[in-house]
Write a new protein. Structure first.
Lengths: 363, 363
């Protein structure tokens, strides 16, 4: 029995809930290794208190699910069938009825719960979202291998962007070259790439457009790449031509904030202390009011996971947590600068996954 | 009062439901002109039986919602507030309590319904999904203007792909050039672009990879572009070098199927007749078993809408419906060919939005 499935079974045994139905594609992937976007079709894993689990997926994907490493039963459904009935029939043959069921309340729609409950009309329904979220917060070595590769691809994408910088090129021209380079390697971005030049980077509403790069601009790149289901998320701000002293002052404040948080992080340190360490650097430099967001967020199969790295989060760091450290200053008349790394908590500090240089690069 | 809001109000008056809460970003856009992806934050429109409607969105987006043309009230919420409480407080001030509520059951999660129902613990809940889906099936002239532009961009993207074809280039190289060209213009694809060469196009599991284009290949492009919230979806199959007679036979069968469905379509004709007309052409050419999917699907704000163009759908065509016509033959030892147009039902036939040539193009 896989240890992840076992962990959910233990939860069911402890709480007395008979079965959990997991339906987010991310959590199906997390539990099974099978990465699939079923669109409107049914994909899910039913985990029982005392019986081996069961996956249901579109019929044509059954071989893929098995090939991905799911060693338990998989049943398929086709478009001519009621997928929920296919599931219920199989469940009945395995465990009889279900009186208490856990679902992912933050994912399952009202319609889908109604479709499911046709077969368990008197069952109680509880949420299992938190358990899965909590399980995913600490990454295994297998996951770290993928996160490292995703970060390498992000470093490469930043390099492509820097190589594209030229007087008069638009943000969109640079952005399209970056995404093309990643697609050409067969990978997808983990979110829409941002390339913002000059004061566009200082606007909270900045979106890439036809603004041209000119000498003296700071250019902000924010992007990420998916590697075997795992996301990276990097931001670098570089200079095109020699920047002014006021821009350098903003840059240095943000860099010091990034470094201060990294310096402090190790197991046992509360998340909020990282946010404070970074924020203090920026405030001391006189830019406190322009650092308008939290310091970072967890990262993994999702591009936004827990822990949320903000000033109110008392959670202590634990070895294997992966998150971003991304202080920023957005001063509308001077510059927008953000420097974002992906990091893993190690035994006594941090491993930094994103390695593109952080000293101000001038092109 | 906008006619769309009025239509929902009439439904509420007829059914006696006091309010409808619309939360899909697509339907919020459809009703308000405000196109936004709020991620995990709350965005919705509450439409009351007899009172002017109300939008709730993240506070920083309130000006955007108004600028987009929503002329009714907008309230904002920030991350420090309980957005549902902000909404409920406002609703109470407008209409008092709510005893009966319609929601989008296929979109609202169980968790969100629970958050909402804290304030209306004894209310009945019904679904309003079908009404919105039905309203969107016939497009207005405003919508057609955008769909025509989206289709033009799709034609352009196919041309970019054809211009990229060269001996030894990979599918991913061609694909990345297409997406870069669209991004450079400031637009996004409506789904992940497909470029498949040779027998890859004949596999139901074909995904773009490092297969190289070689003389005699048929190359299949399937792509779409979003223009101001509206999607196109085009497929063209072209030849790189002179194809063999067996490939041409497949191509001609698919082209004849596409043309037969187009020829037949006009108001009043049942959808299923189009599917049959296309399928007959392919069957008569001896490839019936290799046409493994429905003829097409509706298109608009979503890339898959109603009507579903399949052999069991008796719905008669109505002026203003927009859908794809995309017969395909996937014969594993010979060729994969699909030809897909976006069409609008006119007074006496069809307007074809996608204009890239359909006679076999040889590069």
């Amino acid at each position: 029995m896989s240890s992840k499935v076992e962990q959910i079974q233990k939860y069911l045994q402890k709480t007395g809930v008979e079965a959990a139905f997991i339906t987010t594609p991310e959590n199906v992937f997390y539990l099974s290794g099978f990465l699939s976007d079923p669109h409107e079709r049914l994909l899910g894993i039913m985990i029982f208190k005392d019986t081996a689990p069961l996956m249901i997926c579109p019929k044509m994907e059954v071989p893929d699910a098995k090939a991905a490493g799911w060693s338990y039963e998989v049943i398929g459904h086709d478009d001519k069938e009621d997928a929920w009935e296919v599931l219920a029939t199989k469940v009945a043959s395995l465990v009889g009825g279900i009186q208490s069921l856990a679902i992912e309340k933050s994912h399952l729609t009202v319609e889908r719960l109604e479709l499911l409950q046709r077969f368990y009309p008197n069952s109680t329904v509880s949420g299992i979202d938190q358990l899965l979220t909590d399980m995913r917060i600490v990454k295994s070595e297998d996951e770290l291998v993928k996160l490292r590769e995703a970060a390498k691809l992000a470093d490469y994408a930043i390099q492509v962007g820097c190589d594209e910088l030229a007087e008069g090129k638009t943000e969109l021209e640079v952005l399209s070259a970056i995404e093309a380079a990643i697609l050409k390697k067969g990978y997808y971005m983990s979110f829409d790439t941002m390339v913002l030049t000059g004061l566009n980077a200082a606007s909270p509403h900045g979106t890439p457009g036809n603004t041209k790069i000119k000498k003296g601009d700071l250019v902000l790149f924010d992007l990420g790449v998916v590697y075997e289901g795992y996301c990276s998320d990097i931001t670098r701000t570089v200079a095109f031509g020699e920047p002014g002293e006021d821009q350098k002052a903003v840059y240095n404040a943000v860099l010091n904030a990034n470094l201060a948080a990294i310096e402090l992080a190790k197991p046992g340190v509360p998340v909020m202390d990282l946010d404070k360490a970074a924020r203090d650097q920026i405030s001391n430099a006189g830019f406190g009011e322009y650092f308008t967001h939290r310091l970072g967020h967890g990262l993994g199969i999702g591009v936004h996971e827990i822990p949320s790295i903000h000033g109110g989060n008392e959670l202590p760091l634990v070895e294997g947590m992966v998150f971003t450290i991304e202080p920023g200053v957005y001063k509308g008349d001077t510059a927008g600068v953000r420097i974002e790394d992906d990091v893993v908590v190690t035994k006594d500090g941090l491993e930094i996954l994103t390695k593109f240089p952080k000293e101000l690069q001038i092109f």
